[in-house]
Write a protein that binds this ligand. Sequence first.
Ligand SMILES: [Zn+2]
Ligand SMILES: [Zn+2]
Length: 287
Amino acid sequence: MPLLKLVFLGTGGAVPRPGSALPAIYLEDWLGNRVLLDAGEGAQYRLLEAGVSPASLTLIAVTHMHEDHVLGLPGTLATASLFGGRPVVLAPRSAHDVLRGLGVEVMERYESRRFRVSCVRTCHTIDACGWLLEWDAGIKFSRDKIAELPRWAVAALARGEAVEVGGRVIRQDDVVEGRQRRFKRLLYTGDTAPCPEVWSAVGEVDVLIHEAAFADDVSPRKAHREGHSTIVDAVEAARALRARVLVVTHVSARYPDKSRHKALARVVRPPPYVYVPDDMDALLISL
Ligand SMILES: [Zn+2]
Ligand SMILES: [Zn+2]
């Protein structure tokens, strides 16, 4: 079953506070991929606390070169390499030359058989990639809908091709069970101001991890000018992307805790389901 495990290693903003570390999220999927999304300072210690060896990471995807997102990268890579690990590093292209100085392979896109990660350019103060993670979860045909079709047509539909049977064009979506989608998608924005045109180009996602540096006490205009979002912006993005689950992170150190964000998340109706994690909270999501 498509299942994701997320551990929020650091949920703070640009400045750390006790109990609210710099940005880093660990993601493990049902295929065995292990991904670190951003590597704030100290990320490797919190990975170890979560029981994950840096050497076991498949890839590390950093959204941009602001220090709060990358200072944990050298240490995490050094430890990984001591234990024979060689995670792929993803970063915006403009950062590749600098990061190659760490002696690693750096790319803007990753693809394996049933999993791919690509850059979605977000709206921050410097070049930044949100990371779109996509899994091919396969499809299940509805028995009723394929019962009358010849074998060759079912085989072609399984490959994703459209077929014509008895003068009728049939596509894969017409014969799958229920409303399931073949590709499961998660978008992690990193730092961003609202980016509506980008969201509409992305289409739908299942899970959105969006920054909300600010709650409702800072003027949206000020937040956007700094390349950041409020929790209202995050909810609007989740609606535009039709996300089922919205996770809000990168909460500014101006807040002594996340109670203001959590209170606002509770009044969101209708869904998405909004979750405001604290450091080291874990979340299991069935896609
Ligand atoms: Zn940041
Ligand atoms: Zn930033």
